[in-house]
Design a binder for this molecule. Sequence first.
Ligand SMILES: Cc1ncc(COP(=O)(O)O)c(C=O)c1O
Length: 369
Amino acid sequence: MRLIIPDFIENIVPYPPGKPQDELEREYGVKNSIKLASNENPWGPSPKAIAAVSAALANLRRYPDGASYYLTQALAAHHGLDASEIALGNGSNEMIEFLVKAFIREGLEVICSHPSFLMYQKFTQMRGGRCLVLPLIGMRHDLEAVLAAITTDTRLIFLDNPNNPSGSALDPAALYSFLAKVPEQVVVALDEAYIDFASPALHLDTNSLIRDTKNHCPVVFLRTFSKVYGLPGLRLGYGLMAKEVAACLQKVRQPFTVNSLAQAGALAALKDRTYFDDIVARNRRGREFLAGRLSRLGCDCLPSETNFIFFDIHADADRLYEAMLYKGVIIRSMRAYGHPSCLRVTVGTEEENARFLAAIEECLREIRA
Ligand SMILES: Cc1ncc(COP(=O)(O)O)c(C=O)c1O
């Protein structure tokens, strides 16, 4: 075999896959571990979504509806948009990929921040594009630096709002003023994977930003069913955008990228507003409780608009991460993100939060001794 691999592919470091929970349990000799590392909704999806997925199993022998007709119509009604202003993908991951495929080729540039969601960089590399990665300032996107960095090669800007891993959201006034200054040919993708957990005052006027395209850059809002809706296993993300942008994304997608179970589950989840509101309220209570208790343990928590908390233990985060694993609690060290004394924990159920707090209290005592 003689592989000839383009440099830009050869240089990609693959996204680090996490170990299955069973494997970790075997390795660390623990049972009944809890995973608070991937910002999943610990209560899972609406029971109505599970029932809809079960019913859809009967039709697996058929190809899915390639246009996701009913789901697209429902999303359009939900957001007060036209179906032509919506595009769907296999997780918001794939929406990011569609944007890069549609607008980037070798020589063109994407701007994103660090730390933030890693896939903006990976997809750009896969396409042979350049990715300019700007540091967060005070753990927030540095909008002034982004504006200053735009060149004639810039085609896409990714801003996760709220940001993962800091949990911070941008001030809408600052964002409106930023968007007014971005050149018209640059697409700004606001990745709102966690926006449903954020305070309503931080939500933008999605529809006017999408429709106000005269002398204005195109804005794409990325959403997902993986977080508040509790359906990451189904892989469904979507974007809200001007119809011209959506038409471009339709050109770069496979015909059946959203499977039939995802369509059925998401449609039922979207309709269950009572369950949705309950998850948002439970998350808010859990987040406040965890932040309060972590502060009492001498940790500094960043204010969070999400379902996770970024906190500083003022000691070695990797050591705490390891010690927690031995207690069967999986969280995420932020050393790899350039913050060696910080960790990120996902808000869990009340029981999981209590286990996490009992474990971290003991582990902090050990590593601070
Ligand atoms: C900021 C952000 N964007 C996108 C995603 C990807 O979500 P999806 O499951 O919809 O692909 C994540 C996942 O954690 C995320 O944190």
